[in-house]
Ligand binder design. Structure first.
Ligand SMILES: [Zn+2]
Length: 193
């Protein structure tokens, strides 16, 4: 169970943070609130709490997406995350940005919202029905998404989250077959970029 070893709170969603204060001492499993408070004290910064924890955005098809917003204070800055929890361990859309300590957190949040809106403003996968058959293809020859662990393959094959939806390697492979014979370029991008 995800019970915080400091405050006893049970967390789901974003989960726990493992903190090792001194090398050689057992590490502790903490909720993000306790972890952030600890980090803010250690770094001598304010633990900014005055922000919307839940926010809904519309995508380009008019579908609502419900995001939970959380931050994590790192020694190098603050990571802001917006995640769309489809179930406890399934995440649809996910966006993150990095905030430097000098930046106003409200400005960082504005950047996060902008990133969410941009991410929801277009779709990369096109679904159409041609002669009674569903045809799934790549729109405009570019796909952006997220590479995730697929439990079914235990690390041997990834799954992909595209347009906030899950595709197994095989499903994605089938989509790529609409481009059979063409060349491609693969580029990996940091999540906070
Ligand atoms: Zn806690």
């Amino acid at each position: 169970m995800n019970r915080c070893q400091w405050c006893g709170k049970v967390t789901s969603g974003f989960g726990m943070v493992v903190l090792t204060i001194k090398e050689g001492e057992p590490s502790q499993s903490l909720c993000r609130d306790c972890y952030n408070e600890f980090m803010a004290n250690m770094l001598g910064i304010e633990d900014f709490e005055d922000f919307e924890k839940e926010i809904t955005f519309l995508d380009c098809a008019g579908t609502e997406h419900f995001f939970q917003i959380e931050k994590i204070i790192n020694p190098t800055g603050i990571l802001w995350e917006a995640k769309e929890f489809i179930s406890d361990n399934q995440i649809g859309y996910s966006f993150e940005i990095h905030q430097d300590f000098e930046e106003d957190p409200n400005d960082a949040l504005k950047r996060l919202y902008k990133k969410i809106k941009k991410g929801l403003s277009k779709k990369f996968i096109k679904r159409e029905v041609v002669q009674g058959k569903e045809l799934i293809s790549i729109k405009d020859n570019v796909v952006e998404g997220r590479i995730e662990w697929d439990d079914k393959y235990n690390g041997r094959a990834p799954k992909f989250i595209i347009d906030g939806q899950e595709y197994s390697l095989e499903e994605f492979g089938r989509i790529l077959m609409s481009c059979e014979g063409l060349n491609f370029r693969l580029e990996i991008i940091e999540s906070s970029e």
